[in-house]
Design a protein around this ligand. Structure first.
Ligand code: UT7
Length: 329
């Protein structure tokens, strides 16, 4: 059998217009621009309005990716949307995007792997394309995180933002041009470190019996430590599987949750700052959207050229983690 892989031929992004700055948050909770900038690296984040949905941004990002790729929507075989903040649990966001862009021949699936979702989605796309079952697959990361924020909780409300990014994967006849390797993982024993209560069928209550708020709860320090460890291990694993070392890496696109986490991972990989993509200051943590948003901006800024080794690397609730090594084609 011919050895195939998947390569990215189009990227896109979409963001709400409305900005929430650190100065705005200073008016809402006991915090400061200095604390947020230094401890997390965020200056502002985007917030969706009531008439802007997850599918609104997912659709716009998808349209940009397929336009850049020059692929007709009818040629798309599969739409995978990585999200844990869909418009509705059903129908999936992927179904809504399929309808909005006219991808009438596409299969549709939402993937829930929290902030690792885009990497999981890309891994599914890679498997389908590499096996020869499908040709063109749209992978989108899209989130409306701010719908699930407790705006009185300074531990979490400063972190999150909304937005979407998309990438169109297609078949590459040269197995050395495109995705080279992947590493995925999860540890359900750490399920309580990052939870969105009352977001599914289980009812969460407080000790007094009142319903818990449907807002992110996080043990920040524990998530932080696990993130650094697993992202580092995942990046090293994909490099080893591809027969590469960190010296071969041209660009690291890591999940944008905290600049200190990204710096710690980059330091362990001995990557200089110019090989690490950062845009957390503009958008905050957009969960499954951070990696494709950053990828889109890396392409816009011409930070990737053919032959470059790109590593994407993410972690999130679950806990989940995943990475991919890609030779840019
Ligand atoms: O996408 C996956 C989702 N999550 C993550 O990736 C988050 C991973 N964790 C983190 O990024 C960090 O743990 C946080 C940014 C959440 C917190 O940073 P930290 O350096 O771990 O701070 P901390 O929780 O240890 O708190 C340090 C201090 C505390 O005060 P005391 O007890 O030292 O007096 C907090 O009360 O900072 C205080 N603090 C704040 N101060 C000003 C916590 N939040 C704030 C705030 N503004 N917003």
């Amino acid at each position: 059998m011919q050895s195939l892989t998947a390569k990215i031929i189009g990227v896109g992004k979409a963001l709400p217009e409305k900005r929430l700055t650190n100065a705005d948050l200073e008016q809402m909770v006991e915090t400061s621009d200095e604390w947020i900038s230094k401890r997390v690296g965020i200056k502002e984040r985007r917030i969706a309005q009531d008439d802007e949905y997850n599918s609104t941004f997912a659709t716009t990002a998808a349209q940009a990716a397929i336009q850049m790729a020059g692929v007709d929507a009818k040629e798309i075989d599969f739409i995978i949307v990585a999200t844990t903040t869909p418009d509705t649990v059903y129908p999936s966001v992927a179904c809504l995007v399929q309808h909005n862009i006219g991808a009438v021949n596409a299969s549709v699936l939402d993937v829930a792997a929290a902030c690792t979702g885009f990497v999981y989605g890309a891994a599914l796309a890679w498997g389908m394309i590499k096996s020869g079952l499908m040709k063109n697959i749209l992978v989108i990361g899209s989130e409306i995180n701010t719908a699930f924020v407790d705006w009185s909780d300074r531990d979490t409300c400063i972190l999150f933002g909304d937005g979407a990014g998309a990438a169109l994967f297609t078949v590459s006849d040269d197995a050395n041009k495109g995705v080279l390797s992947m590493e995925l993982g999860g540890d359900g024993s750490l399920k309580d470190l990052l939870v969105l209560p009352n977001s599914g069928s289980r009812k969460y209550t407080e000790p007094d019996g009142s319903p818990s708020l449907r807002a992110t709860r996080m043990s920040g320090n524990e998530v932080y430590k696990n993130a650094v460890r697993h992202m580092n291990e995942a990046a090293l694993a994909v490099l080893a599987k591809a027969g590469l070392t960190s010296e071969d890496v041209s660009l690291l696109i890591a999940h944008q949750a905290n600049i200190r986490i990204i710096d710690a991972v980059a330091k362990r990989l001995k990557l200089p700052a110019e090989k690490v993509f950062i845009n957390i200051e503009k958008y905050g943590n957009t969960s499954a959207a951070t990696v494709p948003l950053a990828l889109c901006e890396a392409v816009e800024q011409e930070r990737l050229k053919p032959g470059d080794i790109l590593v994407i690397d993410a972690f999130g609730a679950g806990l989940t983690w995943g990475a991919m090594a890609i030779r840019w084609a």
